[in-house]
Design a protein around this ligand. Sequence first.
Ligand code: GDG
Length: 481
Amino acid sequence: MSRLVIVSNRVADLRSSSQSGGLAVGLADALRARGGIWFGWDGTISDGPAAPALDDIGPVRTIAAPLTPADYDEYYVGFANSVLWPLFHYRLDLVDYRAEFHDGYMRVNARLAETLRPELRADDVIWVHDYHLIPFAACLRARGCRQRIGFFLHIPFPPPDLLTATPNHGALIEALLEYDVVGFQTSGDAANLKRYLSEQLCREVRDDGRVDKGGRSVLVERFPIGIDVAAFAEMARQPSSEVELDTLRQRILGRKQIIGVDRLDYSKGLPERLTAFERLLTRHPELERAVSLLQIAPPTREDVSAYPAIRKELEGMTGSINGRFADINWTPVRYIHRAVPRERLASLFRASQVGLVTPLRDGMNLVAKEYVAAQDPDDPGVLVLSQFAGAAEELQEALIVNPYDADDVADRLHEALTMPRDERRDRHTALYDRILRQDAQAWLERFLARLDEVGDAPAGSGAARPEPLPAEAARRPNHSS
Ligand code: GDG
């Protein structure tokens, strides 16, 4: 079997025993089984020229490269997180496009490709992750690499009308066609790329999701990401004494808990969520002292200008709701702006009667799946889920809400808090079955199977293995801007 090469913005620490996310664990297992490389940024910023750090752990080599201060400003904070992140989350109002950001993005992708190239073997299978690295395959191809290369986008992919609002969109999307497999979280995301390809680039997308490009074919498909359900459920069954004590207290007081867990990001709909919770208390005064919202929102990307604003807004709203409703032994909103250990998170999910997941736009949202995995099947809580989370495509037995509509969210919260046990069980059984069938391992195996198939593309679709590109391909002028 070919070696696997994972390329992602950050390299996971494969030596750490506290390796948390199921995704990193799944990818690390696949790497250990096939042998290979995990390549990306080491998370540091280095002034001078610094060689990437190599670490060999059995059959797996990690290669972690630093960024310069200009790279960090222009590539990471700039193009990736001040242009692509807001654009792909349908937030044109927050896009801060600057030519130097785009230059930095292309420069860093090219340099990373140059760093990885000598490490590659001819039959490696390369899997590139996320919006930081869209041009990575084009940069490798420009350096003569003909390996199979797949790309998975973890975040949403916007409709053509939004995409065309940013300069350089033509070159960016053409670069996606240098991959052999392009994977999205939902069918809506995949459809948006297909529409862009046919409307903007006049490319025909066949019914099987294949697009011809330079005598080969590129597969565009939906690969909904999952979690390690069994491991998370097991974690949830072992509460720390701290969580047990809190649960006991809530039970004695006859109080229910709604939980939200999100990086403090404007895409997660946190102010709208607080408004909906306030609406719930206003419309149902009988819930005063009977329900509280635990919102865990660890800080993230604080160097990006839009983030301090959302933090301030949330702190102001929490203070205002608590000031209005709290009394001596009841705080309606408990807001934690720090990361909580994963084990504690799992048991907090299990101790909460409602999981409130209301992003304004989200690629998938793993918290929704974690909440389902953590429940006691005999007495499960209820998931209230935004229609704009990718997870809503699968998790239809959740209470699906429009996060912009505070009345709708408040009504569904009330329904969740008063739902009979039989209905909760039925919904949970169906949801659990779905997350189990589409877990992290299934996602990984299906994507890698598609990538391994490259070269066996159906007759008439042209040779799937890419032809080497002329060196200038990566600098191709923009199509339509
Ligand atoms: C991107 C896409 C897509 C959160 N707070 C704490 C903590 N977390 C963990 C959650 C969950 C993960 O972080 C967040 O995953 P999400 O999927 O909810 O969201 P993003 O970070 O935006 O991830 C998203 C995902 O990629 C995967 O493809 O689903 O749409 O935006 O696992 O539990 N973990 C700990 N402490 C915290 O305080 N330990």
